[in-house]
Design a protein around this ligand. Structure first.
Ligand SMILES: Nc1ncnc2c1ncn2[C@@H]1O[C@H](COP(=O)(O)OP(=O)(O)OP(=O)(O)O)[C@@H](O)[C@H]1O
Length: 221
C-alpha cells in the first residue's frame, strides 16, 4: 500500500479557556494520499483551523496519532517538526501572510530558499501560470487581494510540497476571482501530485474538490 501523505488516527484536541476544558476534536480520523484533494467544511468555531494547525505540526493534539508522509509527527522533536515543515508541508493562509518588505518574486522564493530548494525555472513557470510576470517587483501593498493570494499560492507551490494545507484560500476574494484562483491551484496540485486539504465555508468551492469532509461536534462526517 502506498504511504499516505496525511493520516489522522483518532485525534483529540481540547483547549482550556476561562478555567474550562472544551473538546474541539473528538476522535478525528482521515487519510489523504498524494494527488488527492479534500475540502474541510464546518461551522465557524467547529475546529477547522485547529485541525489544519495540527496537520501542519504547528500545534500538538492531546491524543491519537498524526503522520505526514509516513512519519509520525506526534511527539516529534521541535527540530524534527521544523524539518518536516520545511521539506514536506506548505500552508496558504486566508490573510496571505506575505512579507511586506519583500517583492512578489522575493516572497515566492522565500520558503523555497529556506528549504534549500529554490528552483528558478519552476518559480518562473509558477509566475507565468499564475499571471504574476508583470508583478514580480511589486511589494504586497501594491497588489490587489487576488494578486496577493496568487503570490501566496506560488510561494507555497515553489517548494513542491507533498502536502498543501490551505485555510480559506479564497475567503477574501469575490466569487469569480475565488473560482479562478482555485482553478489555478487545482491544476498545480494535480500536475505535482500534491495532497491538498482545503478549509472553506463555501459549498461551491468544496464541491470542486474530489473529497469532502464536514467537521461537527468534534467529529468528521
Ligand atoms: N489557542 C486556543 N486557546 C483556546 N481556545 C482556542 C484556541 N484556538 C482555538 N480555540 C477555540 O477552539 C474553537 C475552534 O477554533 P477554530 O479556529 O479551529 O475554528 P474554525 O472552525 O476554524 O472557525 P472559523 O471558521 O471561524 O475560522 C473555537 O471555539 C476557538 O475559540
Amino acid at each position: 500500500m502506498p504511504i499516505l501523505t496525511l493520516k489522522f488516527d483518532n485525534v483529540h484536541k481540547s483547549f482550556v479557556s476561562q478555567g474550562q476544558r472544551r473538546s474541539i476534536l473528538n476522535g478525528v480520523s482521515l487519510s489523504l494520499a498524494a494527488g488527492e484533494t479534500m475540502a474541510l467544511t464546518g461551522e465557524s468555531g467547529s475546529g477547522k483551523s485547529t485541525l489544519l494547525h495540527l496537520a501542519a505540526g504547528l500545534d500538538q493534539g492531546d491524543g491519537g496519532n498524526i503522520s505526514v508522509c509516513g512519519q509520525n509527527i506526534t511527539g516529534l522533536s521541535e527540530t524534527g517538526l521544523a524539518e518536516l515543515r520545511k521539506n514536506k508541508i506548505a500552508v496558504v493562509f486566508q490573510q496571505f501572510n506575505l512579507i511586506p518588505s519583500l517583492t512578489a518574486w522575493q516572497n515566492i522564493g522565500f520558503h523555497a530558499r529556506l528549504a534549500g530548494r529554490f528552483d528558478q525555472e519552476w518559480s518562473d513557470a509558477l509566475c507565468e501560470v499564475l499571471g504574476l510576470d508583470d508583478l514580480r517587483n511589486h511589494t504586497p501593498d501594491q497588489l490587489s487581494g487576488g494578486q496577493q493570494q496568487r503570490v501566496a499560492i506560488a510561494r507555497a507551490m515553489a517548494v513542491r510540497p507533498a502536502l498543501l494545507l490551505a485555510d480559506e484560500p479564497t475567503g477574501s476574494l469575490d466569487e469569480t476571482s475565488g473560482h479562478k484562483v482555485l482553478d489555478l491551484l487545482l491544476n498545480l496540485v494535480s500536475q505535482e501530485q500534491t495532497a491538498l486539504l482545503l478549509v472553506t465555508h463555501s459549498t461551491a468551492i468544496a464541491e470542486r474538490l474530489a473529497r469532502r469532509v464536514h467537521l461537527s461536534h468534534g467529529q468528521l462526517t
